[in-house]
Design a protein around this ligand. Sequence first.
Ligand code: PLP
Length: 723
Amino acid sequence: MDFSIPEKSLYIDTPVHFDLPRRIDRLGELAYNMWWTWQPDALRLFLQIDRDLWEKTYHNPIAFLKQVSRVQLNAVTQSRHYLENYDRVFSRFDQYCRAEKSWFKETYPSLTNKTIAYFSMEFGLHEILSLYAGGLGVLSGDHLKEASDLGLPLVGVGFLYTEGYFSQRITEDGWQEASPTRLNVEESSIRPIMKEDGTPLTISVELPQRQVKLQVWVVQVGRVPLYLLDSRCPENSPADQNLTARLYSSNPEVRISQEMLLGIGGVRALRALGYSPSVWHMNEGHSAFLALERVRELITQGVEPKKALELVKINNVFTTHTPVPAGNDEFPTWLVDKYFASWWQPLGLTRDEFIELAHCQRHWGDAFSMPVLAIRLSEHCNAVSELHGHVTRKMWHFLWPGRRVDDVPITHITNGIHTSTWLARRLRLLFDRYLGEDWITHLDEPGVMDHINDIPDAELWAVRLHLKRKLVLYALERARQQWIHEGIHPVQVIASGVLLDPYALTIGFARRFAPYKRANLILRDFDRLLSILNKPNMPVQIIFAGKSHPDNEPGKLLIQEVYRAVKKAENGGRLVFLGEYDMNLARYLVQGVDVWLNTPRRPNEASGTSGQKAALNGVLNFSVLDGWWREGYNGFNGWAIGEDADPIDPVIQDDADANDLYNTLENEIIPLYYKERTSNGLPTEWIARMKESIRTLAPQFSTRRMLKEYAQNLYITGLQASK
Ligand SMILES: *Cc1c(COP(=O)(O)O)cnc(C)c1O
């Protein structure tokens, strides 16, 4: 069942036809809707046919259905248990797609025919679609999934990256090597939009001295379509065909070209598809050129240039995700001159007026800043946590010289995570039993999560142990495969986790290796760390994972520093580095460890979301009071590192934070885990904290709460303003 494209002459082409037994032939349809990724029962319809093949295809249902043997397909058609689940899943799927009831429909019945366009450079929907690099992408993916669940009339716009971000390999000396990955589009759930005459839908964007054509594709995310732009058109030069191949190029010309294709091309694609969005949401500044294209459109329709600028502003929404300079794109003005010379006049502006729209003074000269452009042209701007709100208002205060910092019109909506995507299936089954079948739909309502306290300690603990064992076995198997196939040095096999202990207190640290995240903070006093790891009868192990941008030397040096510590024999194999951090590994980690560690240098972590995923799964956060944790921590649901105050001096701060970290580990976390046990081995105090963590954090830091806030506070202006 495909959603309908407003422009009726267009259709979605499904190139692959599976040869499936009649009784289960709707599996093919399910494979093309990412809905299965957040429905454990739907996922199992694939997995249960052939578990090995499911792993071998890396959870790709299309590759899976193409390769699975007829014998195994026939076998499940004989299983009553399988068929009952099949019928149940499809009855829910059909009900979901019909969308007769949804939060949005019930809250805003008169606005369901509107459209909210959501633009992002990356979307993390699942490990098989390499359209993301990290947290920003995963957040965008979760945003779409929740919009679908809540019934928001939202459509996504992004890129079809055929080479994704990159694949990570660590050399024996700890140096990160990057190689391109390849997305096999034909074996993915991404499908082309076709015109009546059977040719693919394309639009074009002018770059200096040429037109670049973009093909439009779609991937269905529940009820929400995500449209993807792709420059691999034969009419484009080979260099232009590569423009949409990879995420986050360091070449400024590629970067500005990509952002023109996303912003300008995205608007044109939506028009060609027949949409007239009432809200245009720029997730990060990368897509801010969309505002210029909309001004140009209005002027073409006869609107005065000044008026056009005011009009587009009303329904633009801009979200900023980081105070770190690398995340706030800006271009030297000579580059903007080169790429936008043909734009000033149609926009009714002089060159200087155009530059002024996004001007920012830097020590190296005049910059054209994408966040400034987005802020100037958006009615609503928001940061992604309360503290990040303060930081952001200070950062952009110069745009409102007459105002007090607190009056800078940038608000905040704290990030959240999509509960069904990140909650372990075993925990979901347990919660279903004690919180009521429909708890996920109501989790942000008062009292619903209080029933966590009804779950018997032994049951909750058994699931936690199971999840940790699953993580350890997964690491072991990966190490074995590397040992067999990759010709790695034996010490690298140990570094990959072969000495992990499924009963030891396990700490996870996984995220991008950006220097402000201080992955090496816990190594600061290595001897003290060793004594913590190797204490008799109270072992502690730490699993690290994460990538560094291939052109970021400080990030790669950090990985090397961590890897060298991991390789040291004295740690007894209790420090581990797992390569190739992606959504699959993220799931194992946030569900499998006991403690989730985060040590950013305040106030650089705008929000962070991995700790929210951990909290949902009963993993206790142990983090600096930055980003979301500053709002989430209540004294009983995890632990804090350092004070709720900004750093004095980075070196003093690092020492103080490291010292605090060791003290809390030694005096609180480790004793609570090992000493407070009942006669049958249950750490009751620990379990009480786990319950407190799930109860207080799961509702507040869910996309359900987050998206309702976007709808009620930011989207509503544009939705109501449009006719
Ligand atoms: C959730 C997630 C992130 C974000 O992690 P932070 O710790 O919030 O930076 C990054 N990468 C992947 C694969 C994730 O799943």
